[in-house]
Each structure stands twice: as C-alpha cells, then as structure tokens.
Design a protein around this ligand. Sequence first.
Ligand code: ADQ
Length: 460
Amino acid sequence: MSRLIVVSNRVNPPSEAGVGTSGGLAMALAAALREDRGIWFGWSGQTTESFTGQLSMQKVGGVTVALMDLDEQDRQEYYNGYANKTLWPLFHYRVDLAAYERSFSEGYQRVNVRFAETLLPLIEPDDLIWVQDYHLIPLASELRRRGVKNRIGFFLHIPWPARGIFTTLPRHEELARTLFDYDLVGFQTEDFRDAFADYVAHEGGGGVLGEEATAFGVTTRIGAFPIGIDYAEFVASIDSPQAEAAHARILASANGRKLIVGVDRLDYSKGLEDRFLAYEQFLADNPDQLERVFLLQIATPSRDEVDAYQDIRASLEAVTGRINGEYSTMDWVPIRYVHRSHRRDELAGVYRAADVGLVTPLRDGMNLVAKEFVAAQDGEDPGVLILSRFAGAADQMTEALIVNPFSREEVAEAIRQALAMPLEERVRRWRALSEGVRRDDVVAWREGFVARLEASRSDV
Ligand code: ADQ
C-alpha cells in the first residue's frame, strides 16, 4: 500500500495528551497517517527573519510531522494576504471584502514554490500526496514542474463559488488551470462540483463527462466527498469528566430556561450578526418566550490580524450589547456571548445541554458544528438543529429545520418551531440525522478520497 503524504497550510495533529482542542479533521488525518507510516507536511505557524527552507521532523501523537517556517513577508502576503483577504472572502461570496494586491498573489505563488521545494526531498516514488485547501491550489503545478510523477489529490474545504463570482478574481484562469495538475480534485458537495463544471465549460473551453473534467486542453478527475466528523471519538467524549462538568454547569446556570447554542469561529461567513438579529426578531415576535430561553454563542477568536475580523468582532459586541440592553432583566440575559476557544470535550457537553443548535452560516463549505451538535444529543430527548441552506451540510442533513440565514423572519420562525417541537418529531428527525452523521463520518471521507486517488492515474 502506498504511503500517504498530507500537505496543509498548518499542521496540527492531536498531541499525546488526547482530545484537547484538536479538530476532528486533525484526528482523522492523524489516524490515517499512523496507519500508513505517512507524513504530514506544512507550515509550523512560526516565522523567521528570512526563509531557510529547513525541515523539522517530529513525531507527534504517533504521526511523523514535517514542519517548515515561513518568513514574515510570507505570513503577510500569502497567509493574511492572498489566502485570507483574497480567496477566503471571494469563495464565500464576499466580493466586497476581497482584496486584490499584486504582492498578495506574488506571495501566494512564492510560498507554493517554497512548499514544493521543501517537500520534494521527502517524496518517494509510490507516495500518494494529498493537498488540503485553498492555501495550496497551485502546489501540484509546482511539484510537476520539478518532475514529481506521483498521484496528487486536492481537497477544497470551502465552497467553490458560482462562475460569476469566481471570474471576478484577476487571472482566475491561471489559478483554475493549476487544479488540472492534480489527479483528483474533491469538493464538499455536488453543488460545488457542478459550479466548477460550469466554470470549466464556460471559461476553460472544456467540459465534464462523468468524473472527468477537461479544460485548457488537460483532463483531471473531480468528485464530491462530503467531510464528516470523527463520530466515534466525539460520542465517546460526551462521557468524559470535562463534558459532564460543562453540561452540569450550563444546566445549573440555565435555571430551567431553554438553551439555544451557536459555536463558530468568529468569521463573517458564519452569519453571526444576522443570527443575533434573527434571535432578536424571535424575542420581539414571541413575548411569551421572554426570560424562558437564552442564546449561548461561543465564538473562537480567528485571524485577528485581518481588519475584517476586527470589524466583525466590534460589530457583534455592539449588537449583543444593544439586544441585551433592551431585553435583559435583573436575572436574565438573552445573549451570552463568549469570545474564546474551548476544549472539544467541553463543547460536547455544551451541545448536549442545548435544546436548539443554531447553525446559520451565510456560506460554508460543510460546517462540522452541525454534525457535532447532532452527535452529542441524547436520542431519548434530542435537541433540534436549525441549519442554513447555504452550509454544505444542508445537502445531507435534510431532516434539520433548513432556513435561509438572510431572512430574519424565517430564522425567527424556525426558532419558535424548534422550541415547540413535540418529542416524537424531535426523535424522528434526530434519528435520521444521526444515522447520516455516523455513517458519513470523517473516516469514510478519508477512505473514499484516498481510494479514489489511488485508483486514478496521472495520465487520464
Ligand atoms: P471551519 O470554517 O473552521 O472549517 P467548521 O466546519 O464549523 O468550520 O469547523 C469548526 C471546528 O472548530 C468544529 O470542529 C468546532 O467544534 C471547532 N470550534 C468552533 N468553535 C470552537 C471553540 N470556541 N472552541 C473550540 N473549538 C471550536 C473549514 C470550512 C468548513 C468545513 C471544515 C472542514 O470553512 O466549511 O466544514 O473546514 O472541511
């Protein structure tokens, strides 16, 4: 069996200490790499004064990790720049926030070359190389240019946007062309795959036939590989002392009130402000619910070197303050807003305590919080998931209450409906959802992608 090399911008396998704050994706990739004697290669997150190209090899939680440092200019132009100020907003339909600076695209290109050159000596002839996400789209081209013939796959964790959006990117053809140096390109959903096919047909002078996409005179394979959570690990974590403590603490402080929970990275794509305004609408429309319910929003600090993230933080704090100022009573605060990271097992306890999970991104590749929320519920008395139609997860999770996150009325009505939903309906919906979350877990995702990549050839 081939060895697997995973390449991602950041490398964060779980430490020996166990669950902690590592994400499900990190756990699943780490499991694959342990099984296959693989390597996980990427940026250490550290910067040096000038780029050295030195590799530091370590064993973390049984996984061989190969890390390189970047320099400060790389961080600004590649990471904060092209990745997070150009591609991220654009792929999430925020053309208004997307910045196009020549130094950003140069930095992006330069860092992709640095990834390729630093990775090159580690590659053995039979290795499968699996590149993760939008930071590294041109990596296969840079590896091919240096003679790498291995099978290389790419997975996009974020949406592939509609043609009219993607074509606002200066020199979009060059970026799209580099995807054709992969043997397999994976998207989260059929919708994103179709959007890519549409682009290819209209802008690449090609088309898609079954799994094969041809454009710019080259052919690759494409497919939808919806990512899941590490279901077994997540369910096991519900019985941990940390989960139980978090659960007990929330229930004690809830004082019999119903809990609506939101858990997100603090990012404009997650629709937090619209969510708060919809909740305010719910309070205004349902005066009988005042003091009987509260919203707990946990928001992890994220990318705070980027202006747009500082802006969203400030505006959320202002909206929270205004709503709480208007509705709070001596012993009730309608929104508890917590701006910090939590252990995954604590989060499991929080989800478990909730009556409603409010997952309303304006755009999202998948959204793993929706899946974690379902996995954490008590099947005898489950909470209700409200899910944005613009999360990739909505394709699979059709038994959730699916809403348009741009409509305050619709989200407010879904909150009312969720809180009033009879036990029998909650159980019926939850059973269907939980079956899907368990079946289509991260292991299935990883195995599905790797098997497909293994079966592909570079000369399609
Ligand atoms: P993200 O945009 O980061 O991921 P998401 O899929 O929701 O979004 O995953 C977030 C993860 O972070 C979840 O596992 C969640 O538990 C965790 N998390 C959130 N807030 C936290 C907190 N306060 N403390 C600790 N952990 C917290 C990108 C794409 C998504 C896609 C994933 C995986 O944007 O669309 O689903 O990759 O492909």
